[in-house]
Design a protein around this ligand. Structure first.
Ligand SMILES: Cc1cc2nc3c(=O)[nH]c(=O)nc-3n(C[C@H](O)[C@H](O)[C@H](O)COP(=O)(O)OP(=O)(O)OC[C@H]3O[C@@H](n4cnc5c(N)ncnc54)[C@H](O)[C@@H]3O)c2cc1C
Length: 300
């Protein structure tokens, strides 16, 4: 694709590939420290009665590393006693990559949830608020170099990987990238399935990363309730070796070659930690990179 048709930040990134691992982000403006920015919703897609995704404008001052999360939300109700209105904010993984001119989020709809009972009704043109302080451990910087990168997700835990599978560094740093996503029902896999399909066909990413990059991306969806071609919890399928058999990986996970990111419910994360540590992988952090990293997809 000619550079004049690319998103602004991506065009900049494509002309400075040598500077990877940090693709160029939009030009920085002075950071606003304490008060959230307002962003405008540009697109909303409802996937099931419990899941939706949306895109927003991106503050030019917002720089982040693919995989990080920010606080987003809406203004809360006005306190009748004080007359004050406070923002109602929740942690959200940024599902778009760092080079994208817009931001994308993938969200649960909790019917009595303080934020998502309202957020699920947003439409293009509405404003939401965003605290421009991205943080998180599901970042390349928190992992030591390896050959094969595993993204393990349940439910909305796929959101940070929606960012990372569109991040050029992912393919520059690894020979193989395996995204596993486990949900109860087939429809809950659809956001991820469609995204993987789009990434594989994305001409801009192909030009930026190099032809054949998509061959490195392996998608391994499973369901736990509804019948689908691959059933079962990923933890069970790892423990009984099914995953390795399906993917033709001999010898299972190795501390030398395998790196992993984990994002799901607390019980899932704990089960995955036990499995990864059983294979000799150690938990890393921004301050001390190692072989795997973990983040909660939600609290509770
Ligand atoms: C680091 C981090 C990143 C997060 N990223 C995302 C994200 O990208 N997308 C997203 O939808 N949520 C994400 N969350 C959860 C999010 O912060 C909110 O909890 C969620 O938006 C619901 O907000 P609420 O105010 O409606 O309900 P809350 O009061 O926050 O939650 C009510 C209950 O709903 C359940 N719940 C909340 N979030 C989820 C979820 N994502 N999946 C399943 N059950 C849930 C829990 O049981 C929780 O106790 C993240 C949380 C953390 C800690």
């Amino acid at each position: 694709m000619p550079e004049d048709q690319m998103p602004e930040a991506l065009a900049a990134a494509s002309s400075s590939l040598a500077e990877l691992p940090r693709p160029v982000a939009p030009a920085a403006e002075p950071a606003r420290i304490d008060w959230p920015d307002t962003v405008t919703v540009t697109h909303v897609a409802h996937w099931t009665d419990r899941l939706f995704s949306f895109r927003t404008t991106r503050p030019r001052s917002l720089r982040f590393r693919s995989g990080e999360f920010v606080m987003i939300g809406l203004m809360g109700d006005t306190d009748p006693q004080t007359g004050k209105t406070r923002p109602l904010l929740r942690a959200y993984s940024i599902a778009s990559p760092d080079w994208d001119d817009e931001l994308e989020f993938y969200s649960i709809k909790v019917q009595d949830g303080p934020l998502t009972s309202r957020l699920q009704h947003i439409r293009p043109g509405d404003e939401i608020i965003l605290k421009p302080k991205p943080v998180g451990t599901l970042v390349h910087d928190a992992l030591l170099p390896g050959k094969r990168l595993w993204f393990f997700a349940t439910g909305t835990g796929i959101a940070p990987y929606a960012s990372l599978i569109r991040e050029p560094q992912t393919y520059h740093d690894y020979d193989e990238v395996i995204l596993t996503h486990t949900c109860r029902e087939v429809a809950e896999l659809e956001y991820g399935r469609r995204l993987v399909d789009e990434v594989r066909r994305d001409e801009v990413l192909g030009e930026l990363i190099g032809e054949g990059f998509a061959d490195k991306l392996v998608y391994y969806p499973t369901t736990t309730r509804e019948q689908s071609p691959r059933m079962g919890r990923i933890t069970t399928l790892l423990e009984d070796g099914t995953v390795f058999g399906d993917l033709g990986i001999e010898g299972g996970l190795s501390r030398v070659t395998d790196r992993a990111m984990v994002c799901g419910s607390l019980p899932f994360n704990l089960d995955m930690k036990a499995i990864l540590e059983g294979h000799g992988l150690r938990e890393g952090a921004n301050s001390e990179p190692a072989e795997y990293v973990v983040e909660k997809a939600f609290v509770g």
